[in-house]
Ligand binder design. Structure first.
Ligand SMILES: [Zn+2]
Length: 96
């Protein structure tokens, strides 16, 4: 089974929703047993969900907590790179 399907099911489970058709609890467990990437993904997703839940409680009185939370979610690489005229990246653009 593809990792993307598994992660969709994991996400649904975290949200208390039904797993997508064709994904059984047994199938999930079997995949997680041998796929370290998906185990790591679930740990991160669980942590993120817990942080969002806590943040939701806090942010009603503290708008700054929203900024702090969002700052924590942003990957470092997402910061805008300085744009220099004439500097064209001819190698980039197609990973994989
Ligand atoms: Zn996987």
């Amino acid at each position: 089974m593809h990792c993307s399907r598994i992660r969709t099911a994991l996400s649904a489970r975290l949200d208390g929703e039904e797993a997508p058709p064709g994904v059984t609890p047994g199938g999930l467990a079997a995949h997680l047993a041998h796929c370290r990437d998906c185990r790591q993904w679930e740990i991160r997703a669980r942590d993120l969900t817990a942080r969002l839940d806590r943040a939701a409680d806090r942010t009603e009185d503290d708008p700054a907590a929203v900024d702090a939370l969002l700052a924590g979610l942003r990957p470092v690489s997402a910061e805008p790179a300085p744009v220099r005229p004439g500097a064209v990246d001819r190698d980039g653009g197609r990973a994989g």
